[in-house]
Design a binder for this molecule. Structure first.
Ligand SMILES: Cc1cc2nc3c(=O)[nH]c(=O)nc-3n(C[C@H](O)[C@H](O)[C@H](O)COP(=O)(O)OP(=O)(O)OC[C@H]3O[C@@H](n4cnc5c(N)ncnc54)[C@H](O)[C@@H]3O)c2cc1C
Length: 462
C-alpha cells in the first residue's frame, strides 16, 4: 500500500476506533468475523500444520483486511485477551495458536499484486507455492523455503532460508516494506519507521506488530535446477561421522548457485546437492568424492526451475512431527565433541533424523547484516533435528528422545538457534534466536507493544 492509501486507511481507522465498542457488543463487522468453540469454523481455523499440537483459543478473529486486524486488536484489549497471529499456520511448535486468548487469523490475506516488473506485494497468508507459481512463469524469483504450504508471513519474519539463499539471500533480505497493526490498534507502514523494518527482518514473529502485507523485490529466476543425491546405506556410526565431517569441509567450497544438505537417520546417510548454475571443479570434486563411496547415487536432469522445485514441495496436509533447530554452526569442530553420542541416540530411535543445511554465501552480505535483525549470518551451517510418527501413544517417547539429543548439542555449547525452527524446550530462547540483536529488538517491542499484548510462548516480553 502506498502512503496515500495509508493516509486514507488511517482516517477510516480513526473513525472506526470510535465505533469499536459497537463491534465488541455486536460481534459483527464487515472486516472481521469472530468465532468461539461452538462455531463450525472454529475447528478448521484453530488447527495448524503440526497435528501434535492442539490449543484452544477463546476467540478466533478471522480478518478480511488490515482494518479487521485493527478491530480485532481493539476487541482483544477490551476483553483482556492475549493475542497471537497466524498466517500460514506452519509454526513447528504451534506458536500461531494459544490456549485462552485470541488468535488473529490472517488466512484470508492471500492476494498478490505486481507493483512493477521487479516488485511484488503479497498478503501474509500467501503460500510459497502460490508465490512461486506467480513469479517463476514471469522469470522472477523470491528466495524462500521449499515446502509449498509454508506461509510467507511467518517465514519472512523469522528470516527464511532455502535452496537459493546462498545466491539470493534470506527471504527477509528481499523485504522492502511491510504494513501492520501495532498493539495500540494503529496501522503502521515500515516507511514511517525503518527500525521496525529492521526488526521484522528476522525478529518479527509475533513480537511487535501484526503484519498484514509485505512488499518484496524479486530477482531474475535461474532457468533450471539440477539435483544430485548420494546415499550410504547401513552406514555405521564411524562411517556416518566421517561422511559428515567431509560434507562440512566440501560443502563450503561449493559455488553460490549450490545448496547442499547432509542427513543421518540412524541407518543411512544422505547428501543432497542442488545447482542452479554451471558446474565447476569444486562441484565436480564434491560429486566425485561422495559418489565414490555411495551405495546409491542419482543425478537428475537440469529441469526448468518451476518443475524442479516441485520435487521439494513436501507434504501439503498436516502431519504429526517435532522438528527443531539443532544449532547454527561455523564449523564441524563445534559439534565434534558430541557427534558420536548424537548419532548413537539417533540410531536408537527410528523416525528421528539429523540434517545440516548450507547457509553462507550472500547471506553474509554486510549490507543485509546491517539492514536486518537476523542474528546468525556468521554461521554457514544450519542444522535441524526431525522426528515423524503417527500414533499418539508414541508421542511421549519421541519427545523425550528428541530432548535427550538436544541436550547433547547444549552440552557442546551450541547457542545459536533459528527462530523459524523453534523448540519449546530452549530455556534461553531469546538469546539463542536473537543473539546480539536482542536488546535492540526489545527496544522496538517496547515501542510497539509495551503491554505485551502480543503473547504466547517465546514471544518477546518487556
Ligand atoms: C514442513 C515445513 C517446512 C519448512 N521449510 C522451511 C524452509 O525451507 N526454510 C525456512 O526458513 N523455514 C522453513 N520452515 C519453517 C517456517 O519458516 C516457519 O514455520 C514459519 O514461521 C512459518 O510461517 P507461517 O506463516 O506458515 O506460520 P504461522 O504458524 O502462521 O506463524 C509462525 C510464527 O510467526 C508468527 N506470525 C505469523 N504471521 C505473522 C504476522 N503476520 N505478523 C506477526 N507475526 C506473525 C506466528 O505468531 C508464529 O509465531 C518450514 C516449516 C515446515 C512446517
Amino acid at each position: 500500500m502506498g502512503l496515500t492509501g495509508l493516509a486514507l486507511l488511517l482516517h477510516k481507522v480513526n473513525a472506526m476506533n470510535r465505533q469499536v465498542s459497537y463491534h465488541i457488543l455486536q460481534n459483527k463487522s464487515e472486516n472481521v468475523d469472530y468465532f468461539q468453540k461452538d462455531a463450525a469454523q472454529y475447528e478448521i481455523l484453530r488447527k495448524g500444520f503440526n497435528k501434535r499440537i492442539n490449543k484452544y483459543p477463546k476467540i478466533i478473529a478471522l480478518c478480511k483486511n488490515t482494518l479487521g486486524v485493527v478491530e480485532a486488536v481493539q476487541y482483544a484489549k477490551a476483553n483482556n485477551l492475549l493475542v497471537t497471529v497466524k498466517s500460514g499456520g506452519h509454526s513447528m511448535e504451534g506458536f500461531s495458536c494459544l490456549d485462552g486468548g485470541m488468535v488473529i487469523n490472517l488466512s484470508l490475506l492471500n492476494s498478490m499484486q505486481w507493483i512493477d516488473a521487479n516488485t511484488i506485494r503479497v498478503g501474509v497468508a500467501c503460500t510459497l507455492k502460490q508465490i512461486y507459481e506467480k513469479l517463476i512463469p514471469a522469470g522472477k524469483y523470491l528466495p524462500g523455503g521449499s515446502c509449498q504450504s509454508v506461509g510467507i508471513g511467518g517465514l519472512t519474519l523469522g528470516g527464511g532460508y532455502g535452496l537459493m539463499s546462498r545466491n539470493y539471500g534470506l527471504t527477509c533480505d528481499s523485504l522492502l516494506e511491510a504494513t501492520g497493526v501495532t498493539a495500540a490498534g494503529q496501522i503502521i507502514n515500515t516507511k514511517e519507521d525503518p527500525e521496525l523494518l529492521w526488526a521484522l527482518k528476522g525478529g518479527g514473529n509475533g513480537n511487535m506488530a501484526i503484519v498484514t502485507e509485505m512488499t518484496f523485490s524479486v530477482q531474475k529466476a535461474p532457468a533450471t535446477m539440477q539435483s544430485f543425491k548420494f546415499r550410504n546405506r547401513d552406514a555405521g556410526i564411524s562411517t556416518a561421522i566421517e561422511i559428515c565431517r567431509q560434507w562440512f569441509a566440501l560443502s563450503k567450497t561449493l559455488p553460490l548457485t549450490c545448496f547442499s544438505a547432509f542427513i543421518f537417520n540412524g541407518r543411512s546417510t544422505y547428501i543432497l546437492l542442488t545447482n542452479v548454475g554451471k558446474s565447476n571443479p569444486e562441484v565436480q570434486h564434491f560429486i566425485n568424492t561422495f559418489k565414490r563411496n555411495a551405495t546409491k547415487f542419482s543425478r537428475g536432469r537440469a529441469l526448468p526451475l518451476g518443475q524442479a522445485l516441485k520435487a521439494y514441495y513436501g507434504e501439503s496436509k498436516p502431519i504429526t512431527f517435532k522438528n527443531a533447530s539443532a544449532g547454527l554452526y561455523k564449523s564441524f569442530a563445534e559439534i565434534e565433541p558430541v557427534i558420536e553420542q548424537v548419532f548413537n541416540l539417533i540410531k536408537k530411535k527410528p523416525g528421528i533424523m539429523y540434517q545440516v543445511n548450507t547457509l553462507g554465501g550472500k547471506i553474509q552480505s554486510p549490507l543485509w547484516e546491517k539492514n536486518s535483525s537476523f542474528a546468525h549470518r556468521d554461521c554457514i551451517y544450519f542444522s535441524e533435528l526431525q522426528a515423524y510418527w503417527e500414533s499418539a501413544s508414541a508421542t511421549r517417547g519421541f519427545l523425550e528422545h528428541f530432548e535427550r539429543i538436544q541436550q547433547q548439542f547444549a552440552a557442546a555449547g551450541i547457542k545459536a538457534q533459528y527462530r523459524n525452527y523453534p523448540d519449546i524446550n530452549f530455556k534461553n530462547w531469546a538469546e539463542m534466536y536473537y543473539g546480539k540483536n536482542l536488546q535492540r529488538l526489545l527496544a522496538v517491542k517496547r515501542k510497539y507493544d509495551p503491554g505485551n499484548i502480543f503473547g504466547g510462548p517465546q514471544t518477546l516480553n518487556v
